[in-house]
Ligand binder design. Structure first.
Ligand SMILES: NC(=O)C1=CN([C@@H]2O[C@H](COP(=O)(O)OP(=O)(O)OC[C@H]3O[C@@H](n4cnc5c(N)ncnc54)[C@H](OP(=O)(O)O)[C@@H]3O)[C@@H](O)[C@H]2O)[C@@H](O)CC1
Ligand SMILES: Nc1ncnc2c1ncn2[C@@H]1O[C@H](COP(=O)(O)OP(=O)(O)O)[C@@H](O)[C@H]1O
Ligand SMILES: [K+]
Length: 504
């Protein structure tokens, strides 16, 4: 699903109005009615105090429509108009008239900090102050209003955008932004919903299809995509009956050191659970019995060193190689990575200490086969690309890095971003239960497995990230967030694949 900018969405609004022969007020009625229906569906006429904060632009206009609809259904509604200027939009004004005609009292006018209304824990607040028209940070008394709403303890539903949040540009430090519990956003996701510095403002996210022109949206160019289950399903390759293990890839996972053999075991488990036909590990000698006992499906090659990798079995003909988990950064292990890179032409997967080695020995970057996949978490990423001042600069730097070295970066996080050149694929599956040791090792195993099964490198990365998160979600249903282990993610990859086809 395309992630669109505020400018593109405003354009899509205009084109749709023209093509569908409707007025912008009718489009507003349509969009806001969908929000009303979501609220009505959940509240089921419960007498909860609903407090709607409306700006005076079109986002405020949405709020007025929502208020009218709720009043028509006998909800307890109070409307506050946030007068941030005297330029009320046309559609705001016509809905203001409609609301006045329906309600007995006038909406409460807010004009300064003395007007902040009383809010209580049990209130249901609708934030319809600013949407995609925000063009500068919220300041002055309105910033106080935003903090007042945030501190009230009320349930907060934001319409289209949490007010104060820019859809597609960096935020000032300590900006006043509504911290929503739930955001109902129109038509397309906005990138700020998924980036580390701003995702917390959004709460639960739901995108409402307000029926903007599909053909026009199809023509819009975007470098940013949200990975959906439909997309993952389209990438996935089904299996033929007439096949054997040789058809599903022979992968080699090199990693581990004394005390960190578990990491490679997790990677190999994940690779096998993702369908790898033949899985071999290259590990220091100390891990031999551990792997042979713990994972009998895997084959094991050992280094001459008992505690760390110091070489690489360059004669091994693998369909995909993964290097790095638990390796450490000893000079001898650095030469093992160099050895591997000097003898490999196919794309490889580099994770964990493999990445740290690349940061230390920049010249090794030049040896990476084209379309290799690097899987840094934010700490490893900083070592690779340096510091960044905000998420947008981070994405720019990652894109530049991807272009410079012709590699794919999987920037891990709550919404993992897979970056190739200028394109960013954002993942929405997964949960905080996956913030546990070894879950990144599992991801590398899934990527390597798909790479070995002849998926294009970018497809392997994107599908793996999606399945890894979906498997984590299935595991979390069984164990809860706290109890989830990395191995549970690996063990649920099969269920995640079946879920793509709606099989429980
Ligand atoms: N178009 C359609 O058909 C549909 C649109 N829809 C809805 O419209 C929303 C977009 O509406 P919008 O364009 O009126 O912008 P909105 O977010 O209400 O802001 C209004 C004005 O605020 C001002 N302003 C900005 N920042 C400020 C600040 N920090 N402090 C003070 N003032 C500030 C700025 O005016 P300025 O003062 O700069 O002239 C700006 O123009 C969209 O999110 C969706 O909810 C849906 O109904 C679907 C159909
Ligand atoms: N809150 C979260 N929501 C979704 N996914 C998460 C969350 N926290 C962690 N993950 C996922 O778990 C993995 C953690 O990887 P990493 O930090 O490398 O762990 P480790 O080094 O312990 O293996 C990543 O794939 C990341 O996307
Ligand atoms: K809003």
């Amino acid at each position: 699903m395309k992630i669109l900018s505020a400018k593109q969405l405003a354009e899509a609004d205009k084109i749709s109005i023209k093509k569908q022969g409707i007025t912008s007020e009718e489009l507003m009625e349509r969009a806001a009615s969908l929000v009303f229906e979501e609220i009505h569906h959940r509240l089921e006429n419960r007498p909860i105090p609903i407090k709607i904060f409306c700006g005076i632009g079109n986002n405020g206009g949405d709020g007025l429509v929502i208020a009218r609809k709720l009043m028509e259904h006998d909800y307890k509604v109070k409307v506050y108009i946030v007068n941030y200027s005297n330029k009320r939009s046309e559609d705001f004004l016509s809905n203001y008239d409609k609301l006045k005609a329906l309600s007995k009292g006038w909406p409460v006018q807010l004009k300064g900090e003395n007007d902040l209304p009383e809010l209580n824990k049990g209130d249901f607040v609708v934030d319809s102050i600013f949407g995609i028209g925000l063009n500068r940070p919220i300041e002055g008394w309105m910033a106080k209003l935003v903090n007042h709403i945030n501190q009230s303890g009320a349930f907060i539903l934001s319409v289209d955008m949490p007010s104060g949040l820019f859809p597609d540009q960096a935020q000032e430090k300590n900006a006043a932004i509504v911290k929503a519990d739930y955001t109902l956003s129109f038509q397309a996701p906005k990138i700020a919903f998924f980036l580390p510095e701003t995702m917390d403002y959004v709460g639960n996210l739901q995108i409402l299809d307000i029926g903007l022109d599909r053909e026009f949206i199809g023509t819009l160019e975007s470098n940013h995509f949200l990975i959906t289950s439909e997309y993952a399903r389209a990438i996935y390759k089904t299996r033929n009956k007439n096949t054997h293990k040789g058809d599903y890839g022979n992968v080699l996972i090199a990693g581990g050191s004394y005390g960190k053999i578990g990491s490679v075991m997790l990677t190999a488990t994940a690779a096998l659970r993702t369908g790898t036909g033949l899985c071999s590990l290259f590990i220091p000698e100390c891990g031999y019995e551990i792997i042979q006992t713990g994972l009998p499906e895997a084959m094991v090659l050992t280094d001459s060193d008992s505690k760390m990798i110091t070489e690489f079995p360059v004669e091994f003909e693998a369909d995909a190689i993964c290097f790095g988990m638990g390796v450490g950064t000893d000079e001898k292990s650095i030469s093992a990575l160099r050895n591997m890179l000097e003898h490999t032409r196919n794309p490889v997967v580099i994770d964990a200490d493999g990445l740290n080695i690349l940061s230390m020995k920049n010249e090794l970057m030049e040896l990476l086969p084209e379309n290799s996949i690097l899987t840094p978490h934010p700490g490893e990423l900083k070592r690779l690309i340096g510091e960044w001042k905000d998420d947008f600069e981070m994405l720019d730097k990652v894109k530049a890095f991807s272009k410079k070295y012709k590699v794919i970066l999987v920037v891990k996080g709550a919404h993992t971003c897979t970056v190739q050149n200028d394109s960013v694929m954002i993942n929405n599956s997964g949960n905080p239960g996956m913030a546990t040791a070894g879950s990144g090792d599992v991801l590398s195993g899934v990527i390597t497995s798909l790479l070995g099964q002849s998926y294009e490198p970018i497809s392997a990365a994107v599908l793996a990230v999606y399945l890894h998160g979906a498997a984590g979600d299935i595991a979390a249903k069984e164990f809860g967030f706290e109890s989830l282990l990395a191995r549970d993610i690996a063990n649920n990859i099969g269920r995640a694949i079946r879920q793509l086809f709606n099989e429980p």
